[in-house]
Design a protein around this ligand. Sequence first.
Ligand code: TRP
Length: 338
Amino acid sequence: MFEGKVILTGVKPTGTPHLGNYLGAIRPAIQMGNEAVKNGGKHYMFIADYHAINAEKDPAVLAQKLKEIACIYLAGGLDPAKSVFYRQSDVPEITEITTILYAYTPKGFMNKAHAYKAAVDKNRAAGKPDDDGINMGLYTYPTLMAADILAYDTDIVPVGKDQVQHVEIARDIAGAINAHYNQELLKLPEYYTDDHVAVVPGVDGRKMSKSYGNVIPLFEDDKSIKKSIFSIKTDSRPMEEPKNPDEILVYEIYKAIATPAQLQEMGDGLRQGKLGYGHIKNMLLDAVINEIKDAREKYNYYMAHFDEVEVFLQQGAAKARPTAQATLKRLKDAVLGR
Ligand code: TRP
């Protein structure tokens, strides 16, 4: 898959990723990037810190989130020797490219972008003026994102469904510029969404989300992971009563990490009334800890040695910039007649 393709993954340093994010989004993105590199392609992986400042105004919080995200990706198997791993703000060509893209971006595209529209809807629902509290960074968010993508002649952008529209906007802007100058100045990117990744329910059965307060934490200590797993919703049926595993939340969460044999064992035990809720929670806990323990060790190491991570990020930016510079030069020559 992705032979010879340029893949680009961007992540905003906001929030603290939980087990669901890790299994459902972070690890699949790393695997996809590694696969592309193995097959003669390229993988760009960057942290979108300029996108984050639209919402986060506390630099200490931003720096901390960036640190966590960088360490999580390294812990999850991102190899900075293979992927081009950098901070958005360390590649100044991106913001220059953004300025040029503005001149070719119809304002209507921004009016229609989800993030902006959602903010307006929220204001309306609260009886506030449409643009209350909305800054230009949020409004023009998709243009900066287009520059992130177009700078590297990206073929494929793996995204969650909420970001599909943004990749389409990048494509439309690139198409408009190419058409105007009648040459392929910018490569048209495609989005990629994976429907097969694990969706991990939270401890109350709803989608795992920080806003619901139902997350299983990622790289915390065994005790807090245990506390969270033992809070998974169950009922008061006794162990001996045969149960349908598909109606049991612990089993649903187990599906995201257990091997087929492990899953079979838990399923049989429930159906036969041989495993109680305490047993299956312990089985899940063991599986979760087993799944994350090596990565957690790496995560803790990098968090404590961030100077090493900083070197990776600087090397990554140095690798990224020549390509972004070439794109910028092509654009400047064309649009400024230089
Ligand atoms: N908008 C993305 C998000 O919120 C982050 C992002 C910024 C991004 N620039 C990008 C993703 C470029 C892919 C490509 O998740």
